[in-house]
Write a protein that binds this ligand. Sequence first.
Ligand SMILES: *Cc1c(COP(=O)(O)O)cnc(C)c1O
Length: 384
Amino acid sequence: MKYVYPTYQRFPIEIKSGQGVRLTDAHGQTYLDFTSGIGVCNFGYQNPTIQAAVQAQLPKIWHTSNLYENTLQDAVAKLLVHGEDRLVFFANSGTEANEAALKLARKYTGKTKILAFYQSFHGRTYGSMSMTGNPSIQAGYAPLVPDVAFATYNDPAALAQITPDLAAVILEVVQGEGGVFAGQKAWLQAVQAKCQANQVLLIIDEVQTGIGRTGYRFAYEGYGLDPDIYTTAKGLANGLPVGAMVGRAQFASAFGPGSHGSTFAGNALAMAAAQAVLTNLTPTFLTDVQAKAQQVWQALDQQVAGLPMVARLTGKGLMIGIHLVPDVSVVKVITALQQAGLLTLSAGDNTLRLLPPLVMSVEDLLAGVQTIATVLAQFETEAV
Ligand SMILES: *Cc1c(COP(=O)(O)O)cnc(C)c1O
């Protein structure tokens, strides 16, 4: 690409179309998709009900400002809060949802300090980036937003850093970009208890883990947690840009008229898609994701875990990390998998990351695992 800043390391493939769980490139080659964009198209491509919802909205109206009443936004917000005493702020992306959480936490508590975790990822705008525990993402952008400290994920010693002077603790229950590290249930619950005991808000970033990815609407549900605020984006509209921050209704006093906003937020097309996504996210669908994930993990344990180049497997549900030993580059593995017709992702710690669409059949999921096992085994023989 000649006219775009080179901020992305791009593979020499151009996706031109998608159908179900398969993508076709500019040369007509098809791929099985183990990426969902990056955890976005959880319901696959050209999903009939989501596509119909957007097509029905298209001839009505694309955009109205947030100066008017909006029943579509309210309907999506109702689906999000799911019967709990919560309210929603719509944004256009994950980073914006986290910005809203940061702003609300500071304004409501009147405190400034935030505790985040190493290897986290919360986005690229200043607030979210400042809470992201990855020096390479922050490099060159100082001064960052002040009063953000970091602690070690899953470390009991981190609890000592949760003190009453904090406005909030922010974390992912499965750290996605950092290397697909799942939080330990007892540790996460201890973090929440320490937050509650100290009047510190717990913000859970569900941008990657939410919308069914771990087999729950939001991953925190699977850990028995009750965050003060959670954020969602990626999968929420299956590919149309949207983000949302969901917080307790009692915080409304800090988010009154004029306190925050965004021109595009709650866009009608994105809302139509989000409404269809959340309607599709039924208990039956989620049970099915859990059942499929169980079969995938079984296959991974049998076919992949024991390979010499695999250091360990991490993750939860259909959010999977295959950590490779340091001398096998994950980018080379991804390239080889592309040539074998399978699209995959990377994450921190030299990890091959799998985020297949949640609608993928067990047959396709297991075929993808088989491809990974075969390609990794080939690397083995080549290395010898
Ligand atoms: C992708 C991601 C973000 C940022 O979302 P954008 O839509 O890219 O701004 C934030 N948090 C987590 C956990 C993510 O995976």
